[in-house]
Design a protein around this ligand. Structure first.
Ligand code: 6PG
Length: 244
């Protein structure tokens, strides 16, 4: 694993640097393999990056968009990660509908929807039941409790090793989420973290010793590239930790 940590002076610098890195990784995938598979993070941090991507002219027909997690709500619900990314970006660019792969939440059965999404991923990547697909880019956020995607502390989802997609649990509310092993197979995983409220969890995630069940972002140890893009509000102590 190659790990990169960058601490940007403020949120807007974080957005700019994140956009630049995402574009670099998309263009590398396009140049190398003629296509790019990217999985999106939800929450609020990535929204300005998605808005900036909407202003770029990219070969959208060669780009496949998935989600790394989703709240178990309808696509038009205010909490939907799909809705946020469509409004900020995907509805503004000429990307074929077939290239956009939202997590299904309509079966009234999170486990069934998770299985269906897993099959959709396997189908796209043309892989067998035992293989893991290699996404070109997976974007992640981190909660102030150290969760990432919908891998929440001390939940069953953290233990899932043999599936691509599973059911996460946030305070009893179901979510769909990529599993840690799926994320760890990616060519490039990029964490986007901003805000002072993330500082305590970041310290634990970066600590030499800490419990991954308590701070699930520690589970993300991709075999290829791991990027942490932080604003200084979130990352100031990490900078000190790295300097020491
Ligand atoms: C979600 C996300 C989640 C998010 C973190 C950080 O569905 O909410 O995927 O993992 O990335 O909670 O959220 P913020 O970016 O809003 O701080």
């Amino acid at each position: 694993m190659k790990k990169f940590v960058e601490i940007l002076p403020d949120k807007s610098a974080l957005v700019q640097r994140s956009l630049e890195l995402v574009l670099t990784k998309i263009n590398t995938a396009l140049a190398t393999r003629g296509k790019c598979t990217i999985a999106l993070a939800g929450g609020s941090t990535p929204k300005p990056i998605y808005e900036a991507l909407a202003d770029r002219s990219l070969p959208w027909q060669q780009i496949q968009v998935f989600w790394g997690d989703e709240r178990y709500v309808a696509a038009e619900h205010a909490d939907s990660n799909q809705k946020m990314a469509r409004q900020a970006w995907l509805d503004k660019v000429d990307i074929p509908a077939a290239n956009v792969h939202p997590m299904p939440t309509g079966a009234k059965n999170p486990q069934l929807d998770a299985q269906n999404y897993e099959q959709e991923i396997r189908q796209y990547f043309q892989i067998s039941e035992s293989d893991f697909p290699i996404f070109d880019v997976i974007l992640l956020g981190m909660g102030d409790d150290g969760h990432t995607a919908s891998l929440f502390p001390h939940t069953e989802a953290l233990k899932v090793q043999d599936s691509l997609v599973t059911v996460g649990n946030k305070d009893g509310q179901p979510r769909l989420t990529f599993t840690a092993p799926l994320i760890n197979h990616a060519r490039c995983v990029i964490f986007l973290v901003a805000g002072e409220n993330k500082r305590p969890a970041l310290k634990q995630v970066f600590a030499t010793q800490a419990d991954a069940e308590t701070y699930p972002a520690r589970l993300i140890q991709p075999q290829n590239e791991l990027w942490w893009l932080l604003d200084s509000s979130a990352g100031v102590e990490i900078k000190e930790q790295m300097a020491s």
